[in-house]
Design a protein around this ligand. Sequence first.
Ligand code: GDP
Ligand code: MN
Length: 371
Amino acid sequence: MKLYEYMGKEIFLREGIAVPRGRVFHSSEGVAEYVAKLGAVVVKSQILSGGRGKNGGIRFAATPGEAEKTAGELLNSFVKDFSVQSVLVEEQLTIEREYYLAITVDGAVGKPLIIASTYGGVNIEDVAEEFIVKMHVDVHAGVQPYLGREVARRMGLAPGDMKQFAAFLCKIYELFRKYDAELVEINPLVVCGGSMLAADAKITLDHDALYRVPHWIPRVETRNQRELSAAEIGISFVELGGEIGVMANGAGITMATLDIINHFGGTPKNFMDAGGGASIEATAKALELLLSSNPKAVLINIFGGITRCDDVARAFVQVKEKMELDVPIVFRLCGTNEQFGVDILEQHGILAFKTIQEAVANVLELAQGRR
Ligand code: GDP
Ligand code: MN
């Protein structure tokens, strides 16, 4: 579960990690009074995405009136397609240096991984590998000050910042463990007037450990409208951001389908696991949702077991008769009632492939034609 920046900063504050003075607002009411006590401020849109700075989501204000106006403009606006429901109003910092610091889980190695760089404030993906320090943590030893100093030394940190950084890293690691985090990212970690502060906070908690999370942390709804509508009809749907819309019938086959698309050089836009034995009605609704996400092409991969291939074909026909389909749709049908399904699709001019390789190659070709 991703947390909003202001929640992350509340955790930091409770765990003794310095953050700028600030307060969250859900409406612009009271912003001016608050800012009168702070002076110049930064008004930060609270969305579950980074890159706000580059997309107009971080604004500066010099006076209480300006701050209130800015908060009003940001609230209910859209930043990077996210609706802004709250803003964090913080004292403006005079930043001397910006660093990057994160702890995440390296699943391949089975250890927490520290990622740090003196190139803070920008996308870590854009920083050259040689300027990024990565060190695994032995969970039995934890992060001790010597490890913090070692990370700082490898980063080439200003000598005056080393001790503070080491202490900072120890606290971040403690928090990472205590809250069952999957990611704690501070970008930028700043130095102002000689003190180190977390100017941003990105925390993701392990969904399976949420029952251990303290009650004062609200459950954050991270699903978008389409994902919520899918959940209402009992179907899991996840947005990914690539090009191909994917529907399959079961968690395993769905994941395999994504892998095969990637293997052939494509990118899934989303995936929908219609599960086994969904009704024709539910499948049709699911398909409509999938199509509404505007994919370049759609791949439907059905291995009929409990699910009957002809039911899926009938659901598709239902949707086709109801709405204008201007996106290429490719089927792979195999298993229960396969031939019935293939025949139904054929009557509607749709080719169904028997193997996933053929279907993926075909769907990628069709998507390419629409770029
Ligand atoms: P992100 O773009 O979503 O990661 O949002 P950040 O919270 O990281 O803010 C974007 C950038 O704005 C930061 O990298 C800083 O360089 C800058 N920034 C944020 N707060 C302040 C501030 O109080 N003072 C100054 N001078 N810059 C700030
Ligand atoms: Mn940031």
